[in-house]
Design a protein around this ligand. Structure first.
Ligand SMILES: Nc1nc2c(ncn2[C@@H]2O[C@H](COP(=O)(O)OP(=O)(O)OP(=O)(O)O)[C@@H](O)[C@H]2O)c(=O)[nH]1
Ligand SMILES: [Mg+2]
Length: 358
């Protein structure tokens, strides 16, 4: 039996198993089995798959993967947002290779990769989807693009989910520590919906004999299994509906992040802002003593960085030369606040460094 058939047969079993307390353990076992088979399948596919033409070098401050079925307007959008000149067409599969483009927004260089139209079963390696999805796995943000006439939202998101990518969520707050002895010990700081029995069964299924598990967040079975798997990737995402110019009743699309039009340019500025925000990028303007801040070429950093981390990224041994810093902006209590290396920077801060000369 091929791996695909194996997965299907476990899925069939899972479907036939009713959902109640008595069957929870069995359902957990089946779900974990599916997760393992999916992982095995991916490993096999990536070992043998031809990845030529898809090895795209990451460039710029961040990378966005444009994901959508054929003809949703990915190439049109890429051309509009970046310097790229990708072929567009009314027929499907116009684009066959990954096409990169660079978007400059708020001083950041954001690489956008238009990946060829995904088709059903892309995660299984059909239609070159396998390689496409490995590009997607490496992206810092996924931009899902949907066609209002044929949304297929669930389907495209399932493809991405199947390769172990979890969008707009963070890794489950749990810890599994292997022990030398003592069996399985499960501690939880919250009320769990999952029975302790089930957790223990899952751990044994994954090969843990002696381990201490601490769960610090209320989570369901699927998320708990994610926490036990090694290959999960947590990526922010934006979901945009394109071809807004063809939509008659816009109220039907209120649940999506944005309605855009690659053709007319509608809401593309909002789209750029939203990508910048979800990527967690911030701008920091450097300032020399007695001069104005340089607002044209901000330092592009990640949300939550300290001055120390920012200096590590800069050339010229700045960290060794650091004496003190003054910050004016969202992160400061008042203008020109003197701060130390552990100060956390925020978007649009103005930073003046006082460095030792060496
Ligand atoms: N009305 C309208 N049509 C659009 C818009 N954006 C793209 N299109 C049209 O949709 C068709 C497909 O666009 P492409 O950009 O080639 O789509 P794609 O997603 O790159 O398609 P593949 O490369 O085949 O995966 C073309 O005929 C475009 O002109 C839009 O905002 N409004
Ligand atoms: Mg295209």
């Amino acid at each position: 039996m091929g791996i695909e058939d194996k997965i299907q047969s476990v899925k069939d079993k899972l479907e036939k198993t009713p959902v109640n307390k008595a069957t929870e353990k069995e359902r957990a076992r089946l779900k974990s089995r599916i997760a393992e088979l999916e992982e095995e399948k991916q490993k096999k596919a990536s070992g043998t798959g031809d990845t030529s033409g898809y090895a795209v070098e990451k460039k710029g401050d961040a990378t966005v993967a444009l994901v959508g079925f054929p003809s949703v307007g990915k190439s049109s959008l890429l051309n509009k947002l970046t310097n790229a000149d990708s072929e567009t067409g009314e027929y499907e599969f116009t684009t066959l290779d990954v096409e990169p483009g660079m978007l400059k927004h708020k001083g950041a260089n954001i690489q956008i990769l238009d990946v060829p139209g995904l088709i059903g079963g892309a995660a299984d390696g059909r239609g070159g989807g396998k390689q496409v999805l490995s590009v997607v796995r490496n992206a810092d943000l996924i931009l899902f693009l949907l066609d209002p006439e044929e949304m297929r939202e669930e389907e495209i998101k399932q493809e991405v989910h199947n390769v172990g990518i979890r969008t707009n969520s963070h890794p489950p707050n749990m810890k599994v520590e292997k022990k030398g002895r003592g069996g399985l010990e499960v501690t939880s700081t919250v009320d769990l919906d999952i029975e302790e029995d089930t957790i223990e069964a899952l751990l044994r299924e994954k090969g843990f004999v002696n381990a201490k598990v601490t769960v610090r967040e209320k989570m369901d079975l699927d998320r708990f299994i994610d926490g036990l798997m090694d290959n999960r990737k947590y990526t922010p995402a934006v979901t945009a509906v394109n071809k807004a110019d063809m939509i008659e009743d816009e109220s039907e699309f209120e649940d999506y992040d944005l309605l855009i039009s690659a053709e007319s340019g509608r809401n593309l500025d909002d789209l750029k802002d939203l990508m910048f925000e979800r990527l967690g990028l911030i701008r920091v303007y450097m300032k020399e003593r007695g001069e104005d801040a340089d607002k044209d070429e901000p330092l592009i950093l990640e949300e939550g960085v300290t001055i120390e981390e920012a200096l590590q990224e800069l050339p010229g041994n700045m960290l060794d030369r650091f004496k003190k810093a003054k910050v004016t902006g969202p992160s400061s209590k008042f203008p020109e606040q003197k701060v130390g290396l552990q100060h956390v920077l925020m978007d649009e801060d103005i930073l003046e460094l006082n460095l030792r000369h060496i």
